[in-house]
Write a protein that binds this ligand. Structure first.
Ligand SMILES: C[S@@+](CC[C@H](N)C(=O)[O-])C[C@H]1O[C@@H](n2cnc3c(N)ncnc32)[C@H](O)[C@@H]1O
Length: 208
């Protein structure tokens, strides 16, 4: 028995995970490639076994990757040892230092957080970023009709929830790719999942 439900999920191989994608999503890749500069410090929260983080490291970012699952973090360390700083950390109770990162990437974490945790989640992301730095969010959209499990959001929801702490720069419809899984065809979803892609700049005058 695992006390952390994410640990039970991470017993599976990467390819069996419903959110598995072996490359960076197109929109995340475009934004981050265009905004990369030498020395840019990027935090990926809820990084799982580090698939996206490895691509970000290859772009050139100085990557720190966290997750609440010790199993995911241990797998990530084994796969990418030395290249990326992997840290077991709960974003709702983070031990990372304030004002550290130029970018925070969140692919599928915010939509996994219970509504009661939203305020502290957003405050903590804001706290970890340097002034005027970027939070890059990919979450499930309310336009996704299939009952996948996590919360879903409209663009208006995102504006209402994040505006006290962030200036929303980009807010567009997107999708989570569902790549072909040769080994586990049972997990192949017929269509990509509808998503929202957002880029937000830290507001330094945020409501505390
Ligand atoms: C849908 S998965 C996405 C994994 C990865 N970002 C990807 O796209 O491959 C959500 C991830 O968030 C992590 N997670 C959930 N709650 C968290 C929390 N409070 N703090 C840090 N990570 C969390 C889970 O362990 C899981 O790895």
């Amino acid at each position: 028995m695992h006390s952390n439900p994410w640990d039970a999920i991470y017993q599976k191989s990467d390819e069996q995970l419903p959110w598995f994608c072996n490359k960076l999503d197109y929109d995340l890749d475009c934004f981050l490639q265009n905004h990369f500069y030498t020395g840019a410090k990027l935090l990926e929260i809820g990084a799982g076994t580090g698939i996206q983080s490895a691509h970000l490291k290859n772009i050139g970012f100085d990557v720190t990757a966290t997750d609440i699952s010790s199993i995911a973090i241990n797998k990530a360390i084994k796969k990418h040892s030395g290249e990326i700083k992997f840290i077991l950390d709960d974003i709702l109770n983070t031990k990372l230092c304030a004002n550290t990162f130029d970018f925070v990437l969140d692919r599928g974490v915010f939509h996994s957080i219970h509504r009661n945790g939203h305020k502290i989640f957003i405050k903590n992301i804001n706290k970890l970023l340097k002034n005027h730095s970027y939070y890059v969010l990919k979450c499930l959209s309310k336009d996704e009709a299939r009952p996948i499990g996590p919360l879903t959001f409209s663009k208006e929801d995102i504006l209402n929830i994040f505006s006290p702490y962030f200036k929303v720069i980009t807010l567009v419809d997107s999708y989570f790719p569902t790549p072909k899984r040769e080994k586990t065809p049972d997990l192949l979803l017929p269509k990509p999942l509808r998503a929202i892609f957002a880029v937000m700049e830290k507001r330094c005058d945020s409501v505390k």
